[in-house]
Design a protein around this ligand. Structure first.
Ligand SMILES: Nc1ncnc2c1ncn2[C@@H]1O[C@H](COP(=O)(O)OP(=O)(O)OP(=O)(O)O)[C@@H](O)[C@H]1O
Ligand SMILES: [Mg+2]
Length: 588
């Protein structure tokens, strides 16, 4: 007995996949968000670096522009004969008269702060911006360069009092002979103010302490009425700045980091400030300090944060969308699985039920068989016993006794015949197939049947022209055909012919090719209720039948991989068809 075993559980697809998918999506989205963050951060850093560099470049451009203006002024002055005469004559009053108004205009409109007339010996003749000071030697880099190269020289000059001045010195010539020098200069503070206005950044000029002395620097502060802290930075000191105060967080430690090439973002009372350094060189090419560029990047940071948040939000939405799509897809898959599982369960139940019915059928067939055997053996045995009793009583009558003993022998022979039939039935399972030509097999069987049949039924054999060779066990096929012929003879009237046909046929429910061997009679036919049972062992409607003929036929055909069918029209005869498959080599 087969029991229903529970089918494997339906797969929990959603539970198994949604977690890993969510994890994978989260990872992808994280990587995406980090990539976007890095790209944004690099864009921001590039922007910051470019702005700082732009401030440095603008500072240089402004220095160049102012130097050009200074050059033009100096050229105009050196080509003025009256001025030249006053200079050559060492006439300070004339120089003052001639240059005073020009210098005032230059100071007011172009922030020129210094104008010198210096002799060929570098001894100052006259300072327009400070007429009381003269007679000292001008010992500055621009002056030395102009003298050494006999050409105009310009550049930043760091004064002993901590002033940073753009200076230009030009040699004054007559007939190719240098007879003195003209020098012009301006403080650079206004330049950083201009850069602040155009770039919206704060600037400060830090000078390396090694170019200054604290007392002189202090004196310079006093003269310019400014305040300063010499100790704020370890290596530098602030000479000029665009804001009142440098940010508190911008200390010596941070300056150290910046000088080491690092970038810095500081928090100054809620403001985010980016600080960068641009190196400053003086006229002699010395690295004298740093131009500090301080940029308020609160807006940039806010934009950066906004775009990162937008990217994160969009990533989350996309992830949620993809997850939802997966969820619904997996839900469908899971439902399909569930349906398949239910189906499997149903099939399993049906299978079990089928097995149960088969078992019952086997048991009932066994019961029928036992009943049949008992019935077949019981009748002759009862006769044997009865006739033996009679024979006992009739011992005085030898004739009677002989007749009774004859009856007993016939009953014994019946039993023997039945047992032989049973043995034939069991022998059917010995199956030995070989290529067999069907024509001789059929014709031999008909001959054998004619000899055994006393009624001499006409048998009409209709075989194909071409030889048909099938892979069969000839003994079993002959046996089956003989049984069918016997049944047909028993059913048909004396003159009605039995017809045997052999035709190529495709299996009705498939594509397998084979041959159908059919036996038809014109007998009484088989009623529908009988037709259902004719293949059951021991089922018979004949008093002398054993009910083993058709079961043997069926068994033989099944052993050959074929099948048997019976069609009958009550009153119009019966047709038994054995379909035998043709193996592949035969088919070829
Ligand atoms: N050609 C036929 N025409 C009508 N009925 C048939 C035909 N062939 C078989 N039958 C029916 O099928 C039953 C079973 O046939 P089967 O050959 O198995 O047993 P049987 O002929 O009764 O006995 P036996 O064991 O001697 O062959 C028969 O009793 C008969 O009722
Ligand atoms: Mg029979």
């Amino acid at each position: 007995m087969t029991y229903v075993t529970p089918a494997r559980k339906p797969r929990r697809v959603k539970a198994a996949f949604i977690g890993p998918i969510a994890l994978a999506l989260t990872l992808v989205m994280c990587v995406f968000a980090i990539a976007i963050y890095l790209v944004e951060a690099s864009v921001r850093d590039r922007d910051l670096a470019e702005r700082s560099a732009a401030a440095g470049k603008l500072f240089e451009q402004k220095l160049g522009k102012d130097a050009n203006l200074m050059r033009a002024v100096l050229r105009a002055m050196t080509t003025n004969p009256a001025l030249e005469k006053a200079f050559r004559d060492g006439d300070r009053e004339s120089l003052a008269r001639q240059t005073g108004p020009l210098f005032e205009t230059l100071r007011a409109e172009h922030r020129i702060t210094h104008l010198y007339f210096t002799g060929i010996d570098l001894i100052n003749l006259y300072r327009v911006h400070s007429p009381g000071e003269f007679g000292d030697e001008i010992d500055r880099m621009t002056m030395h360069k102009a003298r050494d190269n006999a050409a105009a020289a310009s550049g930043l000059e760091l004064g002993p009092l901590g002033t940073l001045t753009l200076r230009m010195v030009t040699p004054w010539r007559r007939d190719g002979e240098v007879f003195g020098y003209l020098e012009i200069g301006e403080e650079v503070e206004h330049l950083i103010d201009e850069i602040r206005d155009s770039l919206a950044v704060d600037l400060a000029v830090l000078v390396d302490k090694k170019f200054l002395r604290p007392e002189q620097w202090q004196r310079g502060l006093g003269m310019m009425q400014r305040t300063g802290d010499w100790e704020r930075f370890a290596t530098h000191v602030a000479l000029a700045q665009t804001s009142e105060q440098l940010p508190v967080a911008f200390d010596r430690h941070m300056l150290g980091g910046l000088l080491a090439g690092r970038n810095a973002v500081i928090d100054d009372g809620g403001r985010s400030l980016h600080v960068a350094l641009v190196p400053l060189e003086d006229a002699g090419g010395r690295h004298i300090g740093e131009l500090v560029v301080i940029r308020d990047i609160a807006g940039l940071q806010a934009t950066f944060r906004r775009s990162i948040m937008t990217v994160t939000l969009v990533s989350l939405l996309v992830a949620a969308g993809v997850l939802a799509i997966f969820y619904f897809a997996l839900d469908r898959v899971e439902r399909d699985y569930q349906r398949q599982h239910d189906l499997e369960l149903q099939i399993l139940r049906l299978n079990t039920e089928h097995h149960r019915i088969l078992q019952l059928e086997k048991l009932s067939a066994l019961g029928t068989m036992v009943g049949g055997i008992a019935h077949q053996l019981n009748n002759p045995l009862v006769g044997v016993v009865n006739m033996a009793q009679l024979a006992e009583r009739e011992t005085d009558n030898p004739q009677q006794t002989r007749e009774l003993l004859g009856e007993i022998r016939r009953a014994g022979e019946d039993c023997g015949a039945f047992v032989r039939r049973m043995l034939e039935f069991s022998r059917v399972s010995c199956f030995d197939s070989k290529p067999t030509s069907m024509r001789p097999l059929i014709e031999d069987t008909v001959l054998m049947f004619r000899q055994a049949e006393d009624r001499h039924h006409p048998v009409d054999v209709r075989l194909p022209e071409e030889p048909v060779v099938l892979m069969v066990d000839p003994i079993l096929i002959r046996h089956a055909l003989f049984n069918l012929l016997q049944n047909a003879a028993q059913a048909a009237g004396d003159d009605s012919p039995i017809v045997i046909t052999l035709e190529a046929a495709v299996e009705p429910n498939g594509t397998a090719v084979g041959w159908t061997l059919a036996v038809s009679d014109r007998g009484a036919g088989i009623p529908t209720d009988v037709l259902e049972k004719i293949f059951i062992p021991f089922f018979t409607t004949r008093s002398d039948g054993t009910g083993l003929g058709l079961p043997v036929v069926q068994h033989v055909v099944l052993l050959h991989g074929g099948h048997v069918s019976a069609t009958s029209e009550p009153g119009d005869g019966t047709r038994f068809a054995l379909w035998l498959p043709m193996n592949q080599s035969q088919a070829a």
